[in-house]
Write a protein that binds this ligand. Sequence first.
Ligand SMILES: [Fe+2]
Length: 327
Amino acid sequence: MTSIQTLSVPKQIDDGKHVFPQIIVNDGSLTSADQCHAWIKQNLTEIEQHLEQSGAVLFRGFPIDSAETFDEFSDSFDYPNFTYKESLSNAVRINFTERVFTANEAPKDVEIYLHHEMAQTPISPSKLFFFCKTAADEGGATPLCRSDMLFSALQQQMPELAQEFISKGLKYTTHMPAENNANSGQGRSWKSTLSVDSIEQAEQKLADLGYSWDWQKDGSLKATTPVLPAVIQMGENRQVFYNQLIAAYMGWDGVRENPSKAITFGDDSDIPIEGLELINSLSHEFTFDLEWQDGDVALVDNYLTMHGRRAYSGERKRQVLVALAID
Ligand SMILES: [Fe+2]
């Protein structure tokens, strides 16, 4: 197979020019990791064009069946690796290879709400590769949402609020436990999150990153980011709602009841609840649920597209692995 072959499925989102996500299929002629590698090299420009226009590309029917073959596939794009270890992600994960790790170890009945990976931290990956090793019996889709479309809709409906997000930015306050807690979607300990061994090192790292912090009696750490953008500009005419608001509001402990304990504007003022509710409900319009098949790989532009995880059930242990890149 030399050229790119695309597939249409129901519920793809069509902006008039491009579909989201773009789906590229193997016609059966690529049967080995080496052939995939050569094919990616040959078609990289076109694949990247699809990614830029669409925000996410799904590769279906390619011969990928293990962490190792996924590692090779994602490595063929030659994007610099963004390791879990050096990230400030708050999810508990397990590494399989240097670049490949589990997506999120949260229990299967827990929904992970839409977010841009690590947008609540000063350092985030630009591209995400997901690999479905084993799909769930039921549920377990990865919702993908175009945040530029979401932001235009917000500008239409609440223009003043949209403007406040642009001008004020956001601050996030997160709670890092003393020990890893795999039962939470954000249960990574402060030692692991910050890659440090002591309180002194933790404080040095937080100070370097511009955080403020407060140690809790139980040994956990409450940390507040410096002002981070709520909206980023991509190219000339795309404004993207690049942040962690939906996941924080919908999914973090106690935040729906009291949002300002975790999310505020950059000047510490409160974000109105009706605005957060509207953002969450608008996001459904621009979301495609990626129903995984074993062997699927998705390449997601993390700056343009949010992702999450639907709850799932059944006997099969759903396994979706991730590799992150920054370029
Ligand atoms: Fe994520």
